[in-house]
Design a protein around this ligand. Sequence first.
Ligand code: NDP
Length: 282
Amino acid sequence: MPATTMIAGLIGDPVAHSLSPHMHNAAFQSIGLDAQYELWPTAHDGLAPRVTSLRRENIIGANITVPHKQAVMPLLDGLSDKARRIGAVNTIIARDGQLHGDNTDAYGFNRSMAEATGHLVPASALVVGAGGAARAVLVSLQDAGVAVIILVNRSQITADALAGSLNAPGRPVVQVRPWNSMPRLVASAAMLVNATSVGWHGEELPFGMDVIAALPDDAVAMDLTYRSTAMVRAALARGLRGVDGLSMLIYQGARAFELWTGQPAPVDVMRRAVLAEQARRS
Ligand code: NDP
């Protein structure tokens, strides 16, 4: 690799499964940029030296994934407002030896939601899950002006803490409701979002089929899991609009690409690369 090749990469543990190298390397190639995206598996005690290594001249930035999205924050020179509000960094931009933390997950969710709804802002949304991804989803829903935002999580205490940190004057309120009220609550929800980590394996669902059955006929069901999940299949079988997390993944990557390169992301190229890699693996 020539010494002038620009480099970005993914910091996390594990990272081997990631689709990001396929998406970003295809994008770099398509716009003729001499750049390469690498995988940087990093255990907890290797995080600080890894971040220091990003200050090298030819590094343009990095993505951060589980389990370092929060831990990386104090190691950076600056943070975007979005990263501060979400409380997590998924993208680092390296410029002149300075490292700036941002979060593109909320943008990714917003673009994916717009695709799913035909750019209409849903009147209400019920979000299931209260981890890092849910935080980005909730910020995105607040910023989109969704009037009724309901949060349900298996551990309600975690949901209460999350809502408390996001609720502020001038923003739509995130209302926490008990887990077992889900079937009743979804009956008036324009959108259901699965932001739990359940959905990666076989037919698993984070909630009962009664939740999907209770959705209104014009509801949108979004799953952050980027595979064809049981939840999305059940929604589609009912004739609802159902989307998995692939578009969110692509758009968060597209935004990171733009922050690193200053150039418009070739979203179609990135989507094709991700779909091709998924097909190769299945
Ligand atoms: P976290 O580990 O931070 O949060 C996991 C959440 O899932 C918690 O709310 C947890 O509830 C809940 N949960 C776990 N097991 C169960 C269960 N058996 N039943 C009900 N709820 C459960 O994960 P993240 O927020 O980082 O990620 C969530 C998902 O989003 C993952 O699948 C991830 O791959 C995906 N994701 C997709 C992105 C995309 O671009 N499409 C971007 C980022 C994430 P509790 O608090 O009770 O433990």
